[in-house]
Ligand binder design. Structure first.
Ligand code: URP
Ligand code: ZN
Ligand code: ZN
Length: 465
């Protein structure tokens, strides 16, 4: 047999072009792209008919939290359910955040997080390393990079969790990572003002009056915008490489655009929820379910973030998957500061961006592939192994129907969550078939993968989108 699998007759979509061709897979790699690869029935063990379908590189979600201890509980999707959800959503590589607890060292924390995934993950994975105490942890940065983890995250909020970094930490981390070829990812929200606004509204009367909408009242856009401005200031001063994670505001996109024009080394991702949902959801009956951090913003922010994707100042779309069930969300008991923050997303990332983006005429199909597959792989040092349909790349391939829609129904999904922010939405772009390193993990929209197939993928220096 020349091939293990031939994907025949589809339209191969990359970040730059769309061509009709067959794709040949042997072992874990793409080994051929061309016409009529299956000359005889002896040429491949299996032929997938992709006529009338888009064949794209597997999605690369670079912002995921699985089984994260957070907000007094542990997020509900782990490396079993979370990576099954990824596969069914056409995502074949994800990057989680290895977070040290207490006085744990960075190498120890990375070991812990790797152990959670090993033998369990159904798709490939990597980690960003979270910095929770720069002074203590900076000595281990080189060791972590040497282990294939060149991206680090600092949080400008979350003092209670013991995760917060200050300006000096950010400045110093940007300098160090500049010298070592790494990149600093930053959660940008202004903690002092946020805390003040929370304190101001944290009364029985206010909570009775506004409920979960207090998320919106305490996180006006300037909470994120001021923090992005400051992080960009430190990137400019140091020449370090900055990646703004989960950017939710239109003004954030303006700042990133301006800074990039001035030559500052800054990139920003947004998440599917900021493109598809707005803060009117908090006024609804189940409004508290939508609490995430940063919070959902206004329709005008959505519009600006889509524009940013088109023009380039928003470089990729991820999910910030951090799933909490209804029972976990019920911990709030009317106090918005107690809602576990985060939502499921891995299974709906590609469908949301495809449906709202491509079918909604905001992006071309090539831009969709760029923002969800190729650019994130390049930025995070995974390309061309991931995010590409090229000979020699990993055979991470997702096949989607260009127009057929399916109704989102959490009861039929892989997530452990018992709700979805997109429940009842009709979306195209679900994975009809998914291959992860040559192995089929989704067939006819059904999960057929196995735990332990997913591997830790060491990454090299971050690149450009
Ligand atoms: O609400 C969220 N996003 N939870 C995960 C932690 C974070 O800040 O990314
Ligand atoms: Zn964050
Ligand atoms: Zn996150």
């Amino acid at each position: 047999m020349k091939f293990d699998t031939i994907i025949r007759g589809g339209r191969l979509v990359t970040a730059t072009e769309t061509v009709r061709a067959d794709l040949g897979i042997r072992g874990e790699k793409i080994v051929a792209i061309g016409n009529q690869l299956a000359g005889t029935r002896h040429d491949a063990a299996r032929v997938i008919n992709a006529r009338g379908r888009y064949v794209i590189p597997g999605g690369v979600d670079v912002h995921v939290h699985l089984a994260l201890p957070f907000c007094g509980t542990v997020s509900a999707d782990d490396y079993d359910s979370g990576t099954r959800a990824a596969a069914c959503g056409g995502v074949t590589t994800l990057i989680d955040f290895a977070t040290p607890y207490g006085k744990e060292t960075l190498p120890r924390a990375l070991e812990n997080w790797r152990a959670r995934a090993e033998g369990k993950s159904c798709v490939d994975y990597s980690f960003h390393m979270c910095i929770t105490n720069w002074q203590r942890q900076k000595k281990d940065v080189q060791r972590i990079i040497d282990q294939g983890v060149p991206t680090f995250k600092q949080f400008m909020i979350y003092a209670k969790q013991g995760w917060q970094s200050d300006d000096a930490d950010m400045y110093s981390a940007l300098e160090t990572l500049r010298d070592l070829g790494g990149m600093l990812c930053v959660h940008a929200e202004s903690s002092r003002v946020l805390d003040l606004l929370i304190e101001r509204h944290h009364s029985r009367a206010e909570m009775k009056k506004h409920g979960a909408y207090l998320h919106t009242l305490t996180r006006p856009n300037f909470v994120e915008v001021e923090a992005i401005e400051r992080a960009i200031r430190w990137a400019k001063a140091t020449g370090g490489r900055l990646f703004i994670v989960h950017m939710s505001t239109g003004e954030g996109a303006d700042l990133v655009k301006r800074a990039r024009e001035e030559g500052v080394n800054v990139l920003a991702e947004t998440c599917a929820q900021y493109l598809a949902l707005d803060d009117s959801v908090f006024a609804g009956k189940d409004g508290h379910l939508y609490a995430t951090c940063p919070q959902l913003k206004k329709p005008r922010d959505q519009k600006r973030l889509w524009e940013g994707l088109k023009r380039g100042e928003v470089c990729s779309v991820s999910t910030d998957t951090c799933t909490f069930t209804r029972k976990q969300k019920a911990m709030w008991k009317g106090d918005w500061t107690r809602i576990p923050m985060g939502m499921p997303g891995l299974e709906t990332l590609l469908p949301i961006v495809y449906t709202r983006g491509v079918l909604g005429r905001r992006l071309t199909v090539n831009e969709f592939v760029d923002k969800c597959c190729t650019a994130p792989a390049k930025i995070m040092g995974l390309y061309p192994r991931k995010g590409a349909l090229r000979i020699g790349s990993d055979a991470d391939v997702t096949i989607i129907h260009p127009t057929n829609k399916r109704k989102v129904d959490w009861r039929k999904m892989q997530t452990n969550c018992d709700w979805s922010p997109f429940h009842g939405w009709e979306l195209a772009g679900f994975a009809e078939h998914t291959f992860c390193r040559g192995r089929q993990v989704v067939e006819d929209y059904k999960f057929v993968g196995r735990n332990g197939h997913g591997k830790f993928i060491p990454r090299s220096n971050p690149g450009r989108p």
